[in-house]
Design a protein around this ligand. Structure first.
Ligand SMILES: [Zn+2]
Length: 427
């Protein structure tokens, strides 16, 4: 696909053909999905209350199997059953272009007896991007085997045909592991048991969902230096989330470096800024039809306004100083989008030094940096640097980066960050 150039690229409108309005108004009600764990990723998530869209979504059925999207992150544009074991589904973004081509899908197949189901995925825009992952329990995920996936370009758009083996149980099929608000909440509940962590509510999304926050610092300390982490501005970017969890867990570890770090620095974490987009299975936007990472500066959306408030509060406190912002995302490969070293930051040359230490910790792995800056771009990196002078980085993980490697990336980049920050002069 020509149009999948990564986080900072827009797709050409030429790749968009027709759009269908997505279904409206899934609201929330509590439903317990037991043991929601992302196996091979953040090891800590065990159970979860899942926000459930109140109305039934995209249900279609053959005599042998039912397809639905009635769970958080579930989303397809339309579905048609044909024969006993075949579905034709269409996939479309939530809004007209411009949008990045993060062609998300998530649906569930519920069999009445064992067999093989064929699902044709027809993309109305962008084309197939995410390798299908399957899970029976929403806990352990597997890649659909290569022999079960055919991807073919039709009129310049990649379409996919997949076969899914069904046993007795329902199977989730999704572009990435399902990582819903409940997953974050379960994780936050677990990690914030540490005396050095505190959970709080940053605020509410446009649809009233919680946008959680967490602060990490040595218990009883009043650090003068702040590090801000933000994630999931873009709903399908699950691998960024999978890196953020071990990153944060490393900051909370018993490692002597982490203890020193927590005594000097306060880390303020907003792991999921766009819960509405996540629950609705959006490709890119919040429910205001806005790419949140193109709204830093204008701050027109309730979600980005909350980040503005958070950064202002640090700035306005004479005893605090923003030292770093990391914004976790996903794209086609692992890459750090950074401010170039020629632009002075405070602390000076932090990004250069951090990534050098990180590279040293990752033998056999190539740390990939793409340094560029345009002052007026309303993205977190440019805005934070221009407004506060702090180094700011878009921390991108590849869509299909090995999940074990993602854990290592999260851990080692966190240790390197702490060491680099501790090596700077205290204000
Ligand atoms: Zn992104």
């Amino acid at each position: 696909m020509r149009n999948m150039k990564g986080e900072d690229a827009y797709v050409s409108p030429l790749h968009f053909r027709q759009f269908k309005a997505m279904r409206n108004a899934p609201t929330t009600l509590g439903l317990l999905l037991s043991s929601l764990v992302l196996s091979g990723c953040a090891s800590t998530v065990e159970t979860a209350n899942v926000e459930q869209p109140a109305q039934s979504k995209s249900l279609c059925q053959t005599s042998l199997v039912k397809l639905d999207t009635d769970f958080p992150t579930g989303n397809i544009a339309s579905c048609k059953a044909s024969g006993k074991t075949r579905f034709d589904i269409t996939l479309a973004p939530e809004d007209a272009p411009p949008i990045n081509c993060s062609a998300w899908y998530a649906f569930r197949l519920t069999p009445s007896r064992a067999g093989t189901v064929t699902v044709n995925l027809t993309y109305e825009a962008c084309g197939h991007r995410y390798w299908p992952k399957v899970s029976e329990d929403g806990v352990k995920w597997d890649y659909l085997p290569k022999k079960n996936v055919v991807v073919e370009e039709v009129d310049g758009v990649k379409q996919a045909w997949i076969k899914v083996q069904l046993g007795a149980n329902p199977v989730f099929v999704a572009g990435q592991e399902i990582f819903a608000p409940s997953t974050y909440q379960t994780w936050l509940d677990q990690v914030s048991k540490s005396p050095d962590a505190a959970q709080w509510l940053l605020g509410k999304s446009a649809e009233g969902r919680n946008i959680p926050g967490m602060t990490i610092k040595a218990a009883g300390s009043k650090p003068k230096e702040q590090v801000v982490l933000v994630g999931r501005q873009h709903p399908p970017e699950v691998t960024g989330a999978l890196a953020m969890l071990p990153f944060v867990e490393t900051l909370l570890s018993d490692d002597p470096v982490a203890k020193k770090y927590r005594a000097r620095f306060e880390t303020v974490i907003v792991p999921m800024l766009n819960p509405d987009g996540v629950v609705r299975g959006h490709w890119r936007h919040n429910t205001g039809g806005v790419d949140l990472n193109r709204d830093w500066g204008p701050f027109t959306q309730p979600e980005t306004k909350l980040m503005d408030g958070l950064l202002r509060k640090i700035e306005e406190n004479p005893d605090q100083k923003l030292q770093l912002l990391l914004d976790f995302h996903s794209t086609q490969k692992d890459v750090f989008y950074t401010i170039p070293d020629e632009y002075p930051t405070n602390p000076p040359l932090f990004i250069r030094d951090w990534l050098a230490r990180y590279q040293d910790r990752m033998p056999g792995y190539n740390v990939n940096r793409d340094a560029r800056h345009s002052a007026d771009r309303p993205i977190s990196k440019a805005y934070t640097y221009e407004t506060y002078g702090a180094p700011a980085v878009t921390f991108e993980i590849g869509d299909e980066t090995d999940r074990g490697l993602i854990k290592r990336i999260g851990k080692e980049s966190a240790i390197a960050m702490m060491e680099t920050l501790l090596a700077t002069d205290a204000p």
